[in-house]
Design a binder for this molecule. Structure first.
Ligand SMILES: Nc1ncnc2c1ncn2[C@@H]1O[C@H](COP(=O)(O)OP(=O)(O)OP(=O)(O)O)[C@@H](O)[C@H]1O
Length: 292
């Protein structure tokens, strides 16, 4: 059996390299022959992972934050042979690890690699790239670009919340056309979210009913509302009751096409994505993750 450990030495508090030995020891005991690689720049994790797929590795471990994990998964999805995926979260938010109940403490997450249990989980295709958590269009979507790396290190999830609330205070809306499966929604929206998992930007209750393997996107259209209603919607997000709000339209979809008469950017798993129009589809239970 062959395992590749993909290490981003710059993730989180730059401590990834300190954990490599522990991971190698655990995997060696499980009988793996190991190749450890370090990323040096953007997309290295994707290339390493593609290489692991082509060379029929059995396991790929991502040691880094959500960015590294996302790049690793992008290297995995289009391949015929897809190794199992191990996740050691070292980032600020670690949404995918949260959604899969993988411990956020690296030592504990490393012990999960001893497990023989795996879970097949959905991935989302967004134009030509892949995501595992969420696509957002609108106010909150833009907020994450305003969070500086310093704020992220110091305040974590709170940094996103603060910037998000600042953006929300502007109550700007966006004209959207959303085609989902066989239906169309057109109107002014403050924020549109399409979630694959329950955990987004560290809020584990944003979409509580979303399961990592249910094969659908959980979509929320937050319509044009005044400030008071918006405050109530914001607090319902934290309580896991967003879909029950009267100015929120909730539906599930396997496919989506989103367009606007305005030039709008998107946010895909916390990073800036393509501008509208975009198409999104779910690839059900497409990757297999090692879980506790
Ligand atoms: N050696 C490197 N130096 C600088 N950047 C790198 C290096 N290797 C990879 N990267 C880039 O760093 C980006 C951020 O990494 P990652 O998300 O793992 O860490 P993070 O930013 O600390 O985590 P989080 O986003 O959860 O806060 C990756 O998307 C990758 O493109």
């Amino acid at each position: 059996m062959k395992a590749m450990i993909i290490v981003n030495p710059t993730s989180g508090r730059e401590e990834a390299v300190d954990y490599v030995k522990q991971i190698e020891d655990i995997l060696q005991k499980k009988g793996y022959e190991i190749k450890t690689v370090q990323t040096e720049k953007e997309l290295d994790a994707t290339k390493y992972c593609q290489n692991a797929c082509e060379n029929k590795f059995d396991l790929v471990v991502s040691l880094g934050g959500d960015g590294t994990l996302n790049e690793t998964i992008n290297g995995l999805v289009d391949q015929q042979h897809r190794p199992k995926l191990g996740i050691i979260p070292l980032g600020t938010v670690n949404d995918f690890a949260r959604a899969l109940q993988i411990p956020l403490e690296p030592e504990k997450a490393i012990r999960v690699l001893q497990s023989d249990r795996t879970k097949k989980v959905d991935v989302g295709r967004f134009n030509d790239q892949y995501f595992v958590n969420i696509v957002a269009v609108g106010a909150l979507a833009e907020a994450s670009y305003d969070v500086t790396p310093e704020q992220k290190t110091k305040f974590g999830t709170l940094a996103y919340l603060t910037e998000g609330l600042k953006k929300m205070a502007s109550t700007q809306t966006y004209p959207l056309r959303i085609e989902h499966d066989e239906k169309v929604w057109e109107g002014d929206s403050f924020l549109f979210l399409a979630a694959l998992t329950n955990s987004t930007a560290g809020f584990e209750k944003l979409s509580p009913q979303a399961k990592v393997n249910d094969g659908v996107l959980h979509c929320y259209i937050i319509k044009k509302v005044n400030m008071i209603r918006l405050a109530s919607i914001a607090s319902s997000m934290a309580r896991g009751e967003l879909r029950n709000q009267k100015d929120v339209e909730y539906f599930t979809a396997e496919n989506l096409k989103i367009a606007s008469s305005e030039d709008l950017v998107t946010n895909v798993d916390g990073e800036e994505g393509d501008r509208l129009p975009v198409s999104i589809e779910v690839k059900p239970q497409h990757i297999e993750v090692v879980i506790e």
